[in-house]
Design a protein around this ligand. Structure first.
Ligand code: SF4
Length: 150
């Protein structure tokens, strides 16, 4: 599985409320699958095994992009938790990072709309006395796991 589902005892559901999905096992938050405290897709040589299809957050790492208040410009910085020697890498394009950052937020907004639709249907099903649906059915509903690699 590409993802895991965290419950309320594992993650603060309030900070990600628009991403919380109502499933048959309760309210859950979808995250990248982990193994031994690290991303499941990291191989023994510390390389990403799904590099071409990695999420936008991974594409943007180790950069942080902060939009200005008026939304017209943005500032780009390195996250403090990385030891990256940024002066040795001249291949990073700020324009490409900004494009990925924009795409990340478009994708997140689409996901929130999808979750909202699913949760509305889940509440409707509950009112009608139908069984709640599973994570597998959510994946089918979203069609996201079948997306082509970028
Ligand atoms: S780049 Fe992302 S998907 Fe790939 S191993 Fe790292 S955290 Fe996992």
């Amino acid at each position: 599985m590409l993802v895991d589902w965290l419950g309320p005892d594992e993650v603060d559901m309030n900070s990600e409320s628009a991403s919380v999905v109502e499933l048959d096992v309760g309210r859950r938050l979808m995250v990248l699958a982990q193994h031994g405290g690290a991303c499941r897709w990291l191989d023994d040589a510390l390389r990403c095994r799904v590099y071409a299809a990695r999420p936008y957050d991974c594409r943007l790492y180790p950069f942080s992009i902060e939009p200005s208040r008026d939304g017209v410009s943005a500032s780009l910085s390195l996250l403090s938790l990385t030891a990256c020697e940024d002066t040795r890498d001249g291949r990073v394009s700020a324009a490409e990072l900004a494009e990925d950052d924009h795409a990340r937020f478009v994708e997140l907004a689409e996901y929130h709309a999808l979750v909202s639709r699913w949760n509305r249907l889940a509440r409707h099903r509950r009112r009608l006395g139908h069984r709640a649906r599973s994570a597998h059915e959510f994946h089918e509903f979203s069609g996201r796991l079948g997306r082509p690699e970028r």
